[in-house]
Design a protein around this ligand. Structure first.
Ligand code: ATP
Ligand code: MG
Length: 271
C-alpha cells in the first residue's frame, strides 16, 4: 500500500504497468483505488485498494456498515471528488487527475439519486425534471421528456404540484424521474429508499428496476435496507474501506442477515 494521500510515495504497485485494457462492456472499471481525506497528520484513509468492475446493464447494491466508505466511493465514481491514487474509469473515461471541466461533462452522463430528494421547493415536479433536460441544452423537448418520464413513474396527476404538496414517496419518484430523464448510461443512488416506508420503498425500487432495464443502464445503489436486496444482480459489501464480499443476493442474505428473526424489523438491516 502506498502512503495515504501521497501518490508519489514509494508506490508498490505501479499502475502504469498493471492497468487492464479499457473494456467497452464495462460501465465502471476501478483498479487499486485508494482515497484519503485531509493531508499530513490529519490524513485519514477511507478506501483501500478497491478493484471493481460494473458491467453495463447490471443493478448492483453497495452495502456495509456506517462509515465504511460507501458514499465516498459513490462520489468518486460520480466525479464529485478527485481520484488521486489508482484508476477509475466511467464509460471508458479515466477520472484520475481529470480536469474540473472534464469532470463536469462526465457528471452530465450520470443520474444521481440521493437519500434526501434535493428537489427545488419553488419549482413544480415537472419543472424540477425539466431543469435536468435544460442542463443538456435541450430546451424544445424538455416538456415532452419530463411528462413522459413522470407519467411512467405514476405522477401524471402530480406534475404541477410543488414538492411540499407531494408525499415522501412521490418526491422520491420525482427525484428518480429527474435522474432518468436524460437516459444516462449510469445511475448512482445513495440510500434512495431510506426515508420511505416499506411499500413505497418497494414501489420505488421496482420502478427503478423496470426503467433501468428498459434503458439498459447500469445502477449502483447504496442501501442498508434488506427488504430490497432482491432487485440486485449483485451485492457488494464494503467494510472499513475494503471490499469484503461480492456475491449474488441469495448468498449475501444467507451469510449476512438475521434470517431466523421473527420480526421483520430485525431482518430489515444488514449486519
Ligand atoms: N468530507 C469529509 N472529510 C473528512 N472525513 C470524511 C468526510 N466525509 C466522510 N468522511 C469520513 O470517511 C469515512 C467514510 O465515510 P462515508 O460517508 O463514505 O461512509 P458511509 O459508508 O457512506 O457511511 P453511512 O452508511 O453512515 O452513510 C467516515 O469515517 C467519515 O467520517
Ligand atoms: Mg453514506
Amino acid at each position: 500500500m502506498t502512503k495515504p494521500g501521497n501518490r508519489f510515495f514509494a508506490p508498490e504497485n505501479p499502475l502504469s504497468n498493471s492497468l487492464a485494457p479499457i473494456k467497452d462492456e464495462l460501465a465502471v472499471q476501478i483498479q487499486h483505488l485508494n482515497f484519503a481525506f485531509g493531508k499530513g497528520d490529519l490524513c485519514k484513509q477511507v478506501l483501500f485498494d478497491i478493484s471493481l468492475n460494473l458491467p453495463k446493464g447490471q443493478i448492483v447494491i453497495l452495502t456495509g456498515p456506517s462509515g465504511s466508505g460507501k458514499t465516498t466511493l459513490i462520489s468518486l465514481i460520480g466525479a464529485l471528488r478527485t481520484v488521486r491514487e489508482g484508476s477509475l474509469r466511467v464509460m471508458g473515461q479515466e477520472l484520475a487527475d481529470m480536469r474540473n471541466a472534464d469532470r463536469v461533462r462526465v457528471r452530465q452522463s450520470i443520474g444521481f439519486i440521493f437519500q434526501s430528494h434535493n428537489l427545488f421547493e419553488s419549482l413544480t415536479a415537472r419543472q424540477n425534471v425539466e431543469m435536468a433536460v435544460e442542463l443538456l441544452g435541450r430546451f424544445k423537448s424538455k416538456r415532452d421528456q419530463a411528462e413522459v418520464i413522470l407519467t411512467q413513474l405514476g405522477l401524471a396527476d402530480r406534475m404541477d404540484h410543488k414538492p411540499q404538496a407531494l408525499s415522501g414517496g412521490q418526491k422520491q419518484r420525482v427525484a428518480i424521474a429527474r435522474a432518468l430523464v436524460n437516459h444516462p448510461p449510469l445511475i448512482l443512488a445513495d440510500e434512495p429508499t431510506a426515508a420511505l416506508d416499506k411499500q413505497t420503498s418497494r414501489e420505488v425500487v421496482t420502478l427503478m428496476q423496470t426503467l433501468t432495464r428498459e434503458q439498459n443502464c447500469t445502477v449502483l445503489m447504496v442501501t442498508h435496507d434488506n427488504r430490497i436486496l432482491d432487485v440486485a444482480d449483485r451485492i457488494i459489501n464494503l467494510v472499513d474501506g475494503q471490499l469484503e464480499s461480492d456475491t449474488n443476493p441469495d448468498a449475501f442474505i444467507n451469510s449476512h442477515t438475521y434470517k431466523n428473526s421473527k420480526h421483520d424489523d430485525a431482518k430489515m438491516f444488514i449486519m
